[in-house]
Design a protein around this ligand. Structure first.
Ligand SMILES: NC(=O)c1ccc[n+]([C@@H]2O[C@H](COP(=O)([O-])OP(=O)(O)OC[C@H]3O[C@@H](n4cnc5c(N)ncnc54)[C@H](O)[C@@H]3O)[C@@H](O)[C@H]2O)c1
Length: 361
């Protein structure tokens, strides 16, 4: 780090790098984009012109070995996350890795061993933790307003929200799975944050492959809507049940395609003395089911005892990326922050791995 300036390298200059990562880092003092890398020449040319980056590569190893790069954002297709993280950490670089971090908990375990040896920061990009509504629920739980948690229902459901059907996103070898690999890590990470995960007792997974049922598959926020290069071989919807800690039941529904009128994210957390509901929408869809985002706290008789509304025009998803980038830089600069780290990547990967092992045929 020259004069405390942090040079960021970005590997994978696709949709999320351009939409959220690069602008988030450019807003931070004494942080600059030192280099970018993409294995697609056209993408790299477009990116370097738009953001005037000095060093650009089409081989990730060259970026990893660039001395100007102190910290690396990995925003490539899922199947490359583990190998690229491993190489970057071994080279002593800090890493912010997009989800899913890896396809197996053993891989995350190996990353943890490396980062401990190399004294590097590894942050999983569980960006929804940095949302104000998600943090509001956490504050309410920390104040013990509903007592011990008994169960959680969590849903992130889209009407037509397959990320580029036919692309790597819908091919098992490149994505590792379907909607559970895509939206699942965010939802599971938040559940684990709320309950303070100790152990998994059992897991069940039901999957649907509903691509033929719906005339429109693609997510409206992607401009590249070319349908079906290769027909998807991954699940489009799942219902999952996890029995955690001391018999706490977490029910999860994530879907790219459903009969819902519009898109929504919904959490209900039932405690001994009441419940918390969060109505919101994660991600970048503009087809919202709720016209108001809110967190409601109810007592055991169902009476509302607290209500917090959130401004849906604020573009909370982008702000969450900015907060995550700040958090990453603060962690690198050694400020004491413990909210999110590699253990969360391990636990989330472990639960997804267990769910796929327990898929009902
Ligand atoms: N946290 C979020 O909210 C969020 C949102 C969208 C995407 N994502 C994640 O970000 C990642 C990227 O998604 P995207 O939508 O930007 O995909 P994308 O396909 O638009 O971008 C990926 C880029 O990586 C490049 N690439 C592929 N293999 C490479 C390699 N080995 N070396 C260098 N470059 C390589 C591709 O050419 C492409 O430009 C995915 O893992 C996805 O799950 C996260």
């Amino acid at each position: 780090m020259k004069n405390n300036r942090i040079g960021i390298g970005i590997i994978g200059c696709g949709w999320i790098a351009e939409k959220a990562h690069i602008s988030s880092f450019l807003k931070i003092d004494d942080v600059y984009i030192a280099a970018v890398c993409d294995n697609d020449v056209q993408t790299i040319n477009k990116f370097k012109e738009k953001f005037q980056v000095k060093n650009y590569y089409n081989n990730p190893e060259h970026l990893i070995n660039d001395d100007n790069v102190n910290a690396i954002v990995i925003s490539t297709p899922n199947s490359t996350h583990y190998t690229l993280s491993e190489k970057a950490l071994l080279a002593g670089k800090h890493v912010l890795c997009e989800k899913p971090i890896a396809f197996s908990s053993a891989e995350v375990d190996n990353l943890i061993r490396i980062l401990k040896k190399t004294n590097t920061i590894f942050l999983p990009a569980f960006v929804n933790r940095f949302r104000n509504d998600v943090q509001c629920v956490k504050d309410i739980l920390d104040k013990n307003l509903i007592g011990e948690i008994i169960s959680i229902n969590a849903q992130w459901i889209r009407r037509a929200g397959v990320p580029r059907p036919g692309s790597w996103f819908t091919q098992k070898d490149k994505a590792g799975g379907g909607v559970l690999m895509d939206l699942g890590p965010h939802i599971i990470d938040i559940i684990l944050m709320y309950i303070k995960f100790e152990k998994l007792n059992s897991a069940q997974l039901y999957c649907k492959y509903d691509y033929d049922k719906y005339p429109q598959l693609n997510a409206n926020w992607y401009s590249d809507n070319s349908r079906d290069v290769i027909f998807p071989d991954v699940e489009s919807s799942v219902i999952a049940e996890l029995n955690l800690n001391n018999d706490l039941i977490a029910k999860i529904e994530v879907s790219w395609l459903s009969d819902i009128k519009n898109d929504m994210t919904f959490f209900i957390i039932n405690g001994e003395n009441g419940s918390i509901e969060m109505k919101t929408l994660f991600g970048f869809s503009t087809n919202r089911l709720w016209s108001v985002d809110e967190v409601l706290v109810k007592n055991s008789t169902g009476e509302i005892i607290k209500k917090v509304e959130f401004d849906i025009t604020r573009n909370e998803s982008i702000h969450a990326f900015e907060r995550m980038a700040h958090f990453f830089i603060s962690s690198i600069r050694g400020n004491k922050i413990s909210a999110l780290n590699y253990i969360d990547a391990y636990n989330t990967t472990l639960l997804i791995e267990e769910l796929y092992k327990h898929q009902k045929k």
